[in-house]
Design a protein around this ligand. Structure first.
Ligand code: C2E
Ligand code: MG
Ligand code: MG
Length: 707
């Protein structure tokens, strides 16, 4: 065995020195020597020996002095020092220990003994060092954890608080009387009895763990975690209680903050949807016990979106905040507001411009009505933003417990639905949930309401289906197809909600959203350096009849800096059949702007040649029903052929929809229709996928140019 650090042998007698060195080296130790005290002191610092074997009697500085001097150095405090003494008298030995020697060996030296003593002293020093390091680590860890240990002698009622407790508590504990109860006056009133009980029980042998808060004489509040463990003697009597106290103020603050943030709306400071939903059951349980009613009120602001669009989001946020505090104030005065158990009151902002509140102790439905009416009046008062006087209003729906639902979810849904009815009546009014509204009417209203929210909450998205040259496979363009990412139903296809949107008047807003998103995608692709392709979007007949369409398109093209030939608008034949002056004007305006107009699902409607000539249509999309059976020959094949011929005669572009097989594609090519769309080439895909396709196409083009 070779120790890393050497053993330093100090003796002015060369015989002893050499013999000691021989013995220790033979035992596997690294050894260095010094012939005097001066030399030993001199080389100690560079040598950093693991142990010093030190002769007492030397000329010059003697062994006692060397030992004393070594012990004064920071690096000499721990090193084991074994004194070699010929003086077998008690005084010398005592003196050796007093000045800090670890052990002594008398001369003449028993060499075997020397070997073992040295090994033993080294081992003991190692253990001591580890213990020291452990202690230092523990102290550091305790300081970091803001933790202190203490011991309470129960019989004498004396607490030993020396283990860092003053730092942990943030007060001078040495000034306190030793009794365990001495801290109690500083503990907050709410927590004092709890701690006093715990101490009393601990004195009888019961361990405890608890949190309490303490205010120091300087006024600093600390949250503490404390654990006490009684120590029993063999007869089971409590000797003392040992414990730790930890300052957990920071953790408590963080927890409180996290809790606050996760349960409150950061803009208005009101409760959020989650907090509201979790609190409602408590209020309902209370109502059940006391046999009273509750009212869940759902309020939606009527015109906030327009405000956001015209004055910007900062103005919208300001108005929201103002309205939020009016709602909170108005219900506070009513005293009907249910409280959540945490003490906050149950008014919440559950989405952008939607608020909910829970009113407790409702006797008659009229009570809820009166409060809600007052709220709506408050909302309808003007709001001043940046010198503008704004008039907002709210629509409110009320669902009563237990009349209109027994649980939080049902009440939320029904109040929401009633709110939607109020909105349909023109807004700025309230509506109770009506129990007669069941089955289809209920489903429809729910769906309409959800669709309205889909727009506001960004649940709509566009898929893209490539339009290709059937002969070369080259990408000619794409059609944007709408999808609704419904929170519960998943991805909803357009046919399941477009008709509803048309009926309930949401289609124009949806169409405007599609136009804007399409332009935004085009802009992104152009910015990314892709060779962008024209994008076709579908607009309802309803939207084409809307006077604002041409303006909307113009504005969006300008906003996103998109050339008009990149946008193609698809319409259905029903639009043309109505043959309205307004429609023709709109189509002409769009055409003049430079947009391409396409007639979708061609052949399924009632278009006559007259319409086709009268309206400025550029392109016909042959409906997939004609494409589907062309390969079988016969009637359908000749119909498709006829439509293609018609298109050619009228000089319209032609696109075949729903091409699924190579035979269909072949047939279309043979008869002169090159543009195709269909599963044969690609299914409608998410934007990311289509973007990827565009980027790959750019790479391919670059490669072919390079080749
Ligand atoms: P559309 O404009 O005729 O769109 C073509 C429909 O055929 C798409 O259905 C597409 O997924 C599907 N399709 C494409 N290739 C094939 C194929 O090879 N085989 C079969 N079986 N089907 C194929 P999608 O996306 O469900 O759209 C249905 C309709 O919803 C559209 O018919 C269009 O009229 C309407 N729509 C889609 N997006 C919008 C929109 O943004 N606004 C309006 N107003 N209507 C839209
Ligand atoms: Mg289409
Ligand atoms: Mg179609």
């Amino acid at each position: 065995m070779t120790t890393a650090a050497p053993i330093l042998v100090v003796d002015d007698d060369p015989v002893v020195r050499l013999a000691a060195m021989e013995t220790l080296a033979a035992a596997g130790f690294a050894v260095e020597s010094a012939a005097s005290g001066e030399e030993a002191l001199h080389i100690f610092a560079t040598l950093r020996p693991a142990l010093v074997l030190l002769d007492v009697n030397m000329d010059g500085i003697d062994g006692f002095e060397v030992c004393r001097l070594l012990r004064q150095r920071p690096d000499g405090r721990q090193v084991p020092i074994i004194m070699l003494t010929g003086l077998n008298d008690a005084d010398s030995i005592d003196l050796a220990y007093v000045i800090g020697a670890t052990d002594f060996i008398t001369k003449p030296i028993n060499w075997t003994l020397l070997k073992h003593r040295t090994r033993y002293a080294l081992r003991a020093a190692g253990v001591l060092q580890e213990l020291d390091q452990g202690r230092a680590r523990l102290a550091r860890a305790q300081r970091t954890a803001r933790l202190a240990a203490w011991r309470w002698d129960v019989a004498a009622d004396e607490v030993d608080r020396k283990g860092g407790l003053d730092e942990v508590l943030g007060m001078d504990v040495a000034a306190l009387p030793p009794a365990a109860s001495a801290l109690l006056p500083y503990v907050l009133d709410e927590d004092r009895a709890k701690l006093a009980d715990a101490l009393e029980n601990a004195a009888r042998g019961l361990a405890y763990r608890l949190n309490y808060r303490l205010r120091s004489p300087a006024g600093v509040l600390a949250t503490l975690f404390e654990q006490g463990e009684p120590v029993l003697d063999l007869d089971g009597r409590v000797v003392c209680v040992e414990g730790i106290t930890q300052n957990v103020s920071e953790q408590a603050q963080t927890q409180a903050r996290v809790r606050y943030l996760s349960f409150h709306d950061s803009l208005t400071g009101l409760a959020n949807r989650q907090f509201f939903r979790e609190s409602v059951p408590q209020a309902l349980a209370r109502a059940r016990r006391t046999g009273t009613r509750c009212a869940l009120v759902y309020i939606d602001l009527d015109r906030l979106k327009r405000l956001n669009d015209t004055l910007g989001h900062a103005a919208g946020d300001f108005a929201l905040n103002e309205i939020a505090s009016r709602i909170a104030d108005a219900v506070r005065e009513s005293d009907l507001l249910a409280r959540a158990d945490s003490g906050s009151r149950l008014v919440a902002r559950v989405a952008g411009d939607e608020f909910t509140l829970l009113l407790a102790d409702i006797v008659m439905p009229e009570d809820a009505e009166a409060v809600t009416k007052r709220l709506l009046e408050q909302i309808a008062r003007p709001v001043f933003v940046d010198g503008h006087e704004l008039w907002l209003s709210g629509s409110a729906g009320i669902a009563l417990y237990p009349d209109h639902g027994e649980d939080a979810d049902t009440l939320m849904k029904n109040a929401d639905l009633a709110m939607y009815q109020a909105k349909q009546r023109g807004g700025n009014t309230l509506e109770f949930f009506s129990e007669h509204l069941t089955g289809r009417a209920h489903d429809r209203l729910t769906m309409e309401n959800a669709l309205r929210k889909a727009l506001a909450r960004d649940q709509l998205l566009l898929y893209f289906q490539p339009k290709v040259d059937g002969a070369s496979g080259a990408l000619l363009g794409a059609e944007a197809l709408l999808r609704w990412q419904h929170p519960e139903r998943g991805l909803v296809p357009p046919m399941e909600f477009i008709p509803l949107a048309e009926e309930c008047g949401l289609i124009v807003a949806i169409g405007e959203w599609v136009i804007r998103r399409a332009c935004e995608y085009l802009r992104n692709w152009i910015d990314a350096g892709f060779a962008a392709v024209p994008l076709a979007i579908n607009l309802s007949a309803e939207h084409f009849r809307h006077a604002g369409l041409a303006d909307t398109v113009r504005t969006e093209l300008a906003t996103w800096k998109i050339a008009p030939e990149y946008l193609c608008l698809e319409m259905t034949e029903s639009l043309l059949v109505d043959d309205l002056e307004q429609t023709r004007a709109t189509l002409q305006a769009l055409k003049d702007m430079g947009l391409k107009l396409s007639l979708d699902d061609f052949g399924t409607g009632y278009s006559s040649l007259t319409y086709l000539k009268r309206f400025p249509i550029d392109e016909l999309k042959i409906d997939r029903q004609f494409v589907q059976d062309v390969e079988a020959g016969g009637h359908d094949a000749s119909l498709a052929q006829a439509i293609i011929s018609l298109g050619q005669v009228l000089d319209k572009g032609l696109v075949a929809e729903g091409v699924e097989t190579p035979r269909q594609a072949e047939f279309l090519l043979q008869h002169g229709c090159r543009s195709m769309q269909g599963y044969l080439f690609a299914k409608p895909m998410p934007a990311a996928e289509f973007t990827h396709l565009l980027s790959r196409r750019g790479d391919a083009a670059a490669q072919s140019r390079a080749a």
